[in-house]
Design a protein around this ligand. Sequence first.
Ligand code: S3P
Length: 169
Amino acid sequence: MTRKNIVLIGMMGSGKSTIAKALSERLRIPLYSTDDAIEHGTQRKIKDLVAAKDWEHFRYVEHRAVRQLVHDHKGGVVIDCGGGVVLNPDNLKLLRENGIIFYLSAPPFVLYQRLKGDLTRPLIQVADPQAELEKLHAERLPLYEQADHVIDASDASIEGPIAQILAKV
Ligand code: S3P
């Protein structure tokens, strides 16, 4: 078993949080999330933070959260990353220093089915959330594919992705 961190990246709705929690329980290692760190650090829900400030501020706070997590945990934890963490290349560089990066891949229509009606993610509070997910997915795919491993997370069951990740750590 590796002593590196297990880092999960991918679009919102790809199952990162559920899979991260299951991995942390099965491997009995701590779980951290960039979104939780941001909410804890700012004492605000992400949607309120974005509404009060802007995305530039959010990305700045997100980068600080990544830096802190990587500084505090040099290995042996699961890190569940917000979907936009890949937008800053420095984030991936930092996460890679002591982590194995897994991209949880799922097509936009699957993401949409899972996220329909979700009010917590500001990026999809738009007239056509499915089109927005398609756009974000297309823009980010080359960044997600910089992961060490691509894991198919389109199935409803998390067992497949978990087995694939466990086989690689
Ligand atoms: C975002 C994804 C969210 C959260 C924020 C922005 C994104 O995290 O960080 O709403 O840019 O894709 P999840 O991927 O955990 O939903």
